[in-house]
Ligand binder design. Structure first.
Ligand code: MIC
Ligand code: SF4
Length: 659
């Protein structure tokens, strides 16, 4: 009856019971970080005074922040490299590619666990790993202690039937799932794919699907490990790590969904949410200004080969700027060797560095009011760097054909009229992508090294500032704050802490970032929060709607509010990673027992959880509005361990025994 997810979790169980909703601790075999969350992770790791990491493998990638417009980025890279050497972590230099693509290529192992400080870590679920995105501090602790705690998710079984038609691909599968389940439909769930359609999808197709499971809010997404997995590992020269893995034939899923692959058509997520999905045909031939192909969702070898096949001998439309960012150096090298790169360049594509690039607004912002088609995973307003751009998320096939026509085009419906055939892309031979690991720097042997002077030195540039720490809550004290923001539903961590080429260089400088907190939602937020910190409540609180904090795993969306004096967030529901980041920072997340109560609260009201230590022993608590005298019932969803963290003023204080 076992699902594959629970089988892998059971093998890694350190404590707790595998029962939905209960808290378990699991062994973490591997971790990954990337640079924009990594600087904070490694500052926190250093603050824990530990020696070599306890995982089997930890990798530090540089892929997000590579514009190097000033010294800041490069200083961060050197800092991360130095900490990696100090703790036995593999360092992946900038230029190697996007962390999730590189992890699939070089390190992912079916049946193992991976915790990553990036929300799209579940990409490795395409190879049958339990791969979870988390806040940086949780990843630092996993490196220090080799474990991670989570509430046991439900398992949703998605049955894939039949096979996709040409011009329809893995992106359309996950867009379909997003349309069905929405951006909060995966919260508290693992999405497990099964059925006869699974074998028709390659490992990188599967990774496209598990990657965007992050947009469902899911804990992770998972495919079985089968012959297609073996085929991919063999292409990378890593067949030795292959193991077959599958759910039992009669696996009992908590919820189910069926996706008939053969009936799918090209889909697009319209502005400004990944679940705002409609058929490309039904949206119609809207004018397109920019097409961007790449990101950890759709920059695999096959994705780029398909793009090249569509563009070969043709020309990008005069009004379209086509930008392509390959997923990894190995892919770029291979398409250079086989000639596909020339097809792309000759058609008029702009080839940019292997990395996140435009996906996180690091360059290539579209023009004012542009329509930008992107093969990426997030189309939140302003994320492209252009606030009034309209970003649509599509497959590489739809992106490439639309780049030629200059309008949103359904390749399935239009290819015959356009005279474009999409050939089958041959599966690369075993060993095709085996390369010297020239972008990897392996750490020195640390066996016998402690936490002392014998370890390599940390190198820290002037932009790297200490991170804020919360204060412990004493017996009888209240957790309180003045309401500085009343937010709506689905607030993203991009809304809370925007990140683009202006701000990404400051990921290790919380005081600088603080000035831009909630900038796009309410430009006065930072000023008001600072005033509240000096006011009668000596701090602020935020009132949120449903799915508060969806999206990126950046813990800056908690650390910056902490720095600005936010003590409490009262919302209708929370996204998983952001909820954990708030707790890790010592900010209390409470859930409205009656969502309608949110309407009673006004900006400037002072909210208090009186006698917090006492109240937090209960599942239902009373939040007092000290301004109006009204009382609001709230749900305390914290586990015993999480309560201790909040009361200690955050996870680091709690680990260091500073409660
Ligand atoms: C993203 O896609 O939003 C990011 C940038 O990769 C983030 C991490 C970050 O904010 O640094 C994520 O997905 O976790
Ligand atoms: Fe990078 Fe974009 Fe993937 Fe985030 S979603 S890891 S920014 S490519």
């Amino acid at each position: 009856m076992g699902t594959l997810a629970y089988k892998i979790l059971a093998e890694h169980l350190v404590s707790g019971r595998l029962v939905h909703g209960e808290e378990i601790t699991i062994r973490i075999d591997q971790t990954l970080t990337q640079d924009s969350t990594g600087t904070m992770v490694y500052l926190q790791l250093e603050a824990m005074d530990v020696g070599a990491v306890k995982t089997e493998l930890s990798v530090a990638y540089i892929d997000h922040n590579m514009l190097q417009t000033g010294f800041e980025n490069a200083d961060d890279h050197v800092f991360i490299q130095s900490v990696a050497a100090r703790h036995g972590i593999v360092f992946q230099k900038p230029g190697g590619g996007i962390c999730h693509q590189l992890h699939l290529e070089n390190y992912a192992v079916p049946g193992k666990t991976l915790l990553g400080s990036d929300s799209h870590t579940p990409s490795a679920g395409g190879l049958g790993m339990i791969a979870i995105g988390a806040g940086g501090l949780d990843v630092a602790v996993a490196m220090a202690q080799g474990v991670y705690s989570l509430a046991v998710p439900k398992v949703v079984g998605v049955e894939l039937k039949g096979a996709l038609r040409p011009w329809v691909s893995a992106k359309d599968v996950i867009l379909y799932v997003l349309r069905e389940l929405t951006v909060k439909g995966g919260v508290g769930r693992i999405i497990e794919y099964h059925g006869d359609g699974v074998a028709t999808l390659s490992a990188t197709d599967r990774a496209t699907i598990t990657n965007m499971g992050a947009e469902l809010g899911a804990t992770t997404s998972l495919f079985p490990s089968d012959e297609r997995t073996r085929e991919y590992l063999a292409q990378q020269g890593r067949e030795a790590v292959y193991v077959p893995l599958a759910a039992d034939a009669d696996a009992a899923y908590d919820e189910t969904l069926v996706c008939d692959l053969s009936a799918l058509e090209p889909l697009a997520a319209k502005p400004h949410s990944p679940d705002n999905v409609e058929g490309v045909k039904s949206i119609g031939p809207i004018h397109v200004d920019q097409v961007a192909i790449g990101s950890c969702t759709n920059s695999s070898y096959v994705d780029l080969m398909k793009t090249a096949a569509i563009l070969r001998g043709r020309k990008v439309h005069p009004n379209v700027s086509l930008v392509i960012s390959p997923g990894s150096a190995a892919i770029l090298s291979e398409i250079a060797r086989n000639g596909a790169l020339s097809d792309l360049i000759d058609a008029g594509a702009r080839i940019i560095e292997n990395g996140c690039g435009p996906c996180i607004g690091m360059g290539q912002s579209p023009k004012s009011g542009a329509v930008s088609l992107r093969t990426f995973n997030r189309n939140f307003k302003g994320r492209s760097g252009t606030n009034d751009a309209e970003v649509y998320l599509v497959s590489p096939e739809t992106a490439a054909v639309s780049a030629i026509t200059g309008v949103l085009t359904d390749g399935l419906a239009q290819h015959a009229a356009l005279g474009i055939e999409l050939p089958d892309i041959a599966a690369p031979a075993p060993g095709t992508f085996k390369r010297e690991p020239n972008f990897a720097v392996f750490p020195p042997d640390l066996s016998g090294a402690g936490t002392g002077a014998e370890m390599p030195e940390v190198v820290m540039g002037p932009n790297i500032k200490p991170f804020p720490r919360g204060k412990a809550v004493k017996e009888g004290e209240a957790i309180l704050g003045e309401i500085v923001l009343l937010a709506g539903d689905n607030i993203t961590t991009d809304d809370i802490m925007p990140s683009d080429s202006r701000l990404l260089p400051y990921r290790s400088n919380i005081p600088h970032l603080a000035e831009y907190c909630f900038e796009k939602v309410d430009p006065q937020f930072a000023e008001r929060a600072k005033k509240a910190k000096l006011g009668p409540a000596q701090g602020g609180c935020i009132v949120g709607g449903e799915n508060y904090g969806q999206g990126s795993s950046r813990e800056h969306a908690a650390l910056v509010p902490l720095y600005l004096g936010i003590h409490l967030v009262l919302a209708k529901s929370f996204a998983r990673i952001h909820r954990a980041n708030l707790i890790n920072s010592g900010i209390l997340p409470l859930v409205f027992a009656e969502p309608a109560d949110a309407e009673k609260l006004k900006q400037g009201n002072i909210l208090a959880l009186e006698n917090a230590r006492e109240q937090l022993t209960k599942e239902t608590v009373i939040v007092t509005n000290r301004t109006t005298g009204e009382r609001v019932k709230a749900l305390n969803t914290l586990s015993a361990q999480e309560t201790l963290m909040v009361l200690a003023g955050g996870k680091i204080n709690s680990i260091r025994g500073e409660a």
